[in-house]
Design a protein around this ligand. Sequence first.
Ligand SMILES: [Fe+2]
Ligand SMILES: [Fe+2]
Length: 195
Amino acid sequence: MTKSDKPNVVGVKILKQNGINVEELTKQLVINAAVEFTAYYYFTNLRAHCTGIEGEGIKGVIEDARLEDLSHFESCIERIYQLGGSLPNDATHFIKISGCEFLQLPKNPTDLKAILEKCLAAEQGAIVNWDKVCKMTFGKDPITYDIAKDILAEEVEHESWFLELLYGRPSGHMRRKYSGERPHTRKHSRALDIS
Ligand SMILES: [Fe+2]
Ligand SMILES: [Fe+2]
């Protein structure tokens, strides 16, 4: 394929006409995807260190948040490619751009409070990241906005779960019916459906 064969992508053209900086938006989506993917990994390790009687219940909450982070990663992928972007070829680079090193185990790896504080910080960072995408796309790119606002809704729920565990601030939530339920992002991450 020569350069002149470059396709006319109307789905991207309209976004530019609507005032979207497509390159900047794609870059932000790749960063957010990296954060979700890396948080999924670190939450796996944090969950494994929730030991003892108290740790058992916390495990379940971290598991609900962890599987939804995987859903958030999956929810980004198709849109990144539709916009003309791609995932980095080098996986270590992908992990690096997430800036999630702070999610490594605390000094005392089974310190439940320290683990919960890390989880809370991760959720709060994700809220900022997805709010950014909502602001970039509101009224201009309904498809990306729909994904971003659905992910944001789950991140706000996750934040409230960890706030409740750490500070006793009621989240008003009933536990997920099952881990991986992802009530807001399910339609964006159908690849994770087994049936
Ligand atoms: Fe997430
Ligand atoms: Fe989350």
